[in-house]
Design a protein. Structure first.
Length: 119
């Protein structure tokens, strides 16, 4: 069974930084996409950033230049370094892992971690 456990959320002032971590345990495909999504009440869950097993990355337009995604394949861990945070970055952040065969195979989600940016 695959489990994703996020950490690092909390309250931060605008302009500050925060790093989220997500540890993936269980049997997962070695080739996969790991990513971070975020969601606010009443809105859809949006992609923040994603990274392939080989290190290729993509970012949502609103976070480009401020957030950096990285991964440690040996530790099955993905990170999201968030800098220059803005109040509009306030959301629940979810970790996600998709096997390369997705959607033929299931993807997996963490429980979410709240990030609140105060102005």
């Amino acid at each position: 069974q695959v489990q994703l456990v996020e950490s690092g959320g909390g309250l931060v002032q605008a302009g500050g930084s925060r790093r989220l971590s997500c540890v993936v345990s269980g049997s997962i495909f070695s080739r996969n996409f790991m990513g971070w999504y975020r969601q606010t009440p009443g809105k859809q869950r949006d992609l923040v950033a994603a990274i392939t097993s080989g290190g290729n990355t993509i970012y949502g337009d609103s976070v480009k230049g401020r957030f950096t995604i990285s991964r440690d394949n040996a530790r099955n861990t993905v990170y999201l370094q968030m800098n220059s945070l803005k109040p509009e970055d306030t959301a629940v952040y979810y970790c996600n892992v998709k096997p390369i065969t997705w959607p033929r195979e299931n993807d997996y989600w963490g429980q979410g971690t709240q990030v609140t940016v105060s102005s």
